[in-house]
Design a protein around this ligand. Structure first.
Ligand SMILES: [Zn+2]
Length: 231
């Protein structure tokens, strides 16, 4: 993910490819979007008034990122899935990778490139052009990620991603499109291992929150002080 970010933004930001170092507690990283209820009502373009919280910079952020990437890579049989099944499989890990929000800027573009490669590596395609060219799609995609963030419900994100998985690509890929490649290997070297507890808060969809470290949404969990580089 860092390598992709560096590749895209290396000419733009001096810190391209580096994890963000701010904000850290007690300051919180938030973005505003429609409320979860507005999103449930399909009002993805409602006024962005509701705060959605991301992990603070540091070990909690990198640990959550590592966990989410591991979850993604543990999913087996991706090659055999239909497009919509593949979208459902990757939706929650994608949403959680976004809650880590590894970079100061350019997170979505980096995620789209990463998942385009990830899809290719597992026998699927992802039409990256829709993200840059279709504002309505982008709003729905953002709303889907917000729903994972606040409710851990990845249904909308899965439904949105299904619109761009294994479909004919949009006519012009646009400036953020990814060139088709063959023989792509997606790998990730975890930065840390840590001993943090899980948040454990009950959610509206009937399962307990598995975010470790200090869950930004529920404000609970154990802060991980014992993270250390693996190599
Ligand atoms: Zn939580």
């Amino acid at each position: 993910m860092c390598a992709i970010h560096r590749h895209i933004f290396g000419d733009v930001y001096a810190w391209a490819g580096e994890e963000r170092t701010a904000p850290s507690l007690p300051q919180k990283m938030t973005k505003k979007g429609p409320t979860p209820q507005e999103i449930r009502d399909g009002r993805y373009d409602a006024e962005a008034s509701h705060p959605y919280l991301y992990f603070p910079a540091g070990e909690a952020m990198t640990d959550h990122f590592d966990q989410s990437i591991r979850t993604l890579h543990r999913i087996s049989g991706l090659r055999e899935l239909t497009g919509s099944q593949f979208a459902s499989a990757i939706a929650e890990p994608w949403g959680e990778i976004n809650v880590a929000h590894l970079f100061r800027e350019g997170n979505t573009r980096t995620q789209v490139v990463f998942f385009t490669y990830f899809a290719q590596a597992h026998g699927h395609t992802l039409d990256s052009g829709r993200f840059s060219q279709d504002p309505g799609f982008r709003l729905k995609f953002n709303a889907g990620r917000f729903m994972v963030q606040a409710t851990l419900d990845a249904t909308l994100l899965a439904e949105t991603l299904a619109e761009v998985i294994d479909v004919d690509p949009s006519v012009d890929g646009g400036s953020e499109s990814v060139e088709p490649t063959t023989d792509v290997t997606v790998y990730y070297q975890p930065h840390y291992v840590s001993l943090g507890g899980v948040c454990g808060a009950p959610t509206a969809i009937g399962k307990r929150c598995q975010r470790r470290g200090r869950c930004p949404h529920h404000g609970t969990g154990i802060e991980t002080n014992e993270a250390r580089p693996t190599s």
